[in-house]
Design a protein around this ligand. Sequence first.
Ligand SMILES: [Zn+2]
Length: 84
Amino acid sequence: MAKLLLLVAVVAAVLLLVKNYQRSLERQQTEGEPRARKDSLEDMVRCAQCGVHLPRSESFLSRGRYFCSDEHRKLGPARRERGE
Ligand SMILES: [Zn+2]
């Protein structure tokens, strides 16, 4: 009977450890999320012509592509960007 109790205790301890481990993993993921969300809130876009990064509010949008200037918007996406 004592062995059975020991076994139950060991199983319970292992389950607890696994649960704690999963919780710490989840915590790491949720902690990492706000940082990633903040990055996406930066609203930085890439010029499809020259590849420069700029705030979306300062970019020129054309056919779903962002450009750093009206000149680049007229030029259109660079060749390497067209295949996407
Ligand atoms: Zn550009």
